[in-house]
Write a protein that binds this ligand. Structure first.
Ligand code: UGA
Length: 472
């Protein structure tokens, strides 16, 4: 099928490349000339596993890039809208880019088209897109508007797209649903997964994925409600972690006990320094606004957001309790990205924490395997950047772990201890076993688990004679 994808951000670019891999002819439309030039040169603008391979595989054949929306619409049966929906100051989604694309599409409709929302948008957006297209000259029956939300995570976007837990098609007419079913047919009938060149199957993937058909409004709500629920899960476990800290329990054990209940599940139960990124913070505020506009005060979401913000304050208090005063302290920081596996620093808890610590007078030397360049811009070069975790730790009063990169979980602890001025690690992502850290000579702070230091390991003197354990 001939498909246009408008917007070459995370969602648009990944969707375009994956549709091409499913066998469709795709044109990705953007008005950012620099980005188009880079894509046409074969560059991949984001750090995303398998994306460079897919771009290389299909660029210039099944996948092209253009700034000509009108021609792309005329040439395509389906137009996916994947432009940005940034938050306004009030926290609502700014839909002006979506509206302007809808106007552009209207002028080019010359045969039946399916216009598909791929960006995360509030409920009612499909209605508005329909109205705007009609107002701008298209006729009833010449087009349908559908919602086909995307559930991909940054860092694993390509595999999330091709091996999803489900595909949601929100279509209000059968004609429109049929077009979307045809687009996803290679996944739903399983033929894509039989191809020798298919992107490798990740663990846990269910193939073929189920396809869920709903109304457009339900699909819009599915996207917001999914993100809100996942954020709620994170805030819930962060709140439980705070109680664990107060009573001396271990949140990891609590998570194991909760997560093995199949109704709850173990995923997205990792406590830390709060969620960040370009989706959860924005989508929660947008969902709350949508609910309010519909007459429902979704106070649960207020609390999810509040716990998330408090989680960062708690971490600062932890740094203070480890170092007493902060002015003039030198801190090594591991991680700048909002999570591991990406170079994205939007709403990164690591960046927000660094700014707070700088405001308290700390000197920061940070290392991130991918987000260094982007962080330099965001922090106006006000921190030092190291080339490795060990260099970040060099001479520091303490080491802070702020992003869950895999490489931070397997550091050479002897080398790390030797680099630090004091062997203090404050781990906002619970990457290490506290006992092992103390055994290696560290005072180790983490989230929701007791703080431990080498002194605490000395076993109490037992003066009783050793007894043989009798087993019956
Ligand atoms: C999120 C959703 O997971 C995707 O399903 C969705 O498609 C996407 O938003 C979107 O709406 O576009 P993403 O923002 O890429 O994906 O990142 P996540 O992996 O969800 O992580 C979000 C934040 O939560 C990160 O800061 C991460 O460190 C944090 N997190 C995640 C935790 O603190 N604990 C966890 O257990 C999981």
């Amino acid at each position: 099928m001939k498909i246009a994808v408008v917007g070459s951000g995370y969602v648009g670019l990944v969707a375009g490349a994956c549709f091409a891999d499913l066998g469709h002819d795709v044109v990705v439309v953007d008005n950012d000339q620099q980005k188009l030039a880079a894509l046409n040169r074969g560059e991949c603008p984001i750090h995303e596993n398998f994306l460079p391979e897919l771009l290389h595989r299909h660029r210039g054949t099944r996948l092209t890039f253009s700034d000509d929306l009108q021609s792309a619409v005329r040439a395509s049966a389906a137009i996916f809208v994947a432009v940005g929906t940034p938050p306004t100051e009030q926290g609502e989604a700014d839909l002006s880019y979506v509206e302007s694309v809808a106007r552009g599409i209207a002028g080019a409709i010359d045969s039946y088209k399916v216009v598909v929302e791929k960006s995360t948008v509030p409920v009612y957006t499909s209605d508005w897109v329909r109205k705007i297209i009609l107002r701008n000259g298209a006729e009833h029956g010449e087009f349908d508007v559908a919602s086909n939300p995307e559930f991909l995570r940054e860092g694993t976007a390509v595999t999330d797209f091709l091996y999803p837990d489900r595909i949601v098609i929100g279509a209000d007419t059968e004609r429109c649903a049929a077009v979307l079913r045809e687009i996803y047919a290679p996944m739903v009938d399983g033929t894509y997964y039989l191809r020798p060149d298919a992107i490798p199957r990740p663990d846990r993937a269910q193939i073929p994925p189920p396809l869920i058909t709903t109304s457009a409004k339900s699909a819009e709500l599915i996207k917001h409600a999914s993100n809100a629920f996942l954020a709620m899960k994170i805030s819930f476990i962060n709140a439980v972690a705070s109680i664990c800290e107060s009573v001396g329990a271990n949140v990891q054990q609590v998570c194991q006990g909760i997560g093995t209940d199949s109704r709850i599940g173990p995923r997205f139960l990792n406590p830390g320094i709060g969620y960040g990124g370009s989706c959860f913070p924005k989508d929660l505020m947008a969902f709350r606004s949508v609910a309010r506009e519909c007459g429902y005060e979704f106070r649960l979401l207020d609390e999810v957001i509040r716990i998330n913000e408090e989680q960062r304050q708690r971490f600062i208090r932890k740094v203070r309790s480890a170092l007493w005063t902060l002015r003039g302290k030198k801190l090594g920081v591991l991680g700048l990205a909002f999570k591991g596996g990406t170079d994205d620093i939007r709403e990164s808890p690591a960046i927000l924490l660094i700014k707070s610590l700088q405001a308290e007078g700390c000197e920061i030397c940070a290392y991130d395997p991918a987000a260094q360049e982007r962080a330099k811009e965001a922090l106006n070069s006000s921190i030092k950047h190291a080339e490795s975790a060990y260099e970040a730790a060099e001479g520091a009063d303490a080491l802070l772990i702020l992003t869950e990169w895999e490489e931070f979980a397997s550091l050479d602890l002897d080398r790390l201890r030797a680099a630090l001025k004091y062997p203090i690690v404050i781990d906002g992502r619970n990457l290490y076993d506290p006992h092992a850290m103390a055994m290696n000579g560290f005072t180790y702070y983490s989230v929701g688990r007791p703080t431990i230091s080498p002194e605490l390991l000395t076993p109490p003197k037992d003066t009783r004679p050793a007894r043989k354990i009798s087993r019956s």
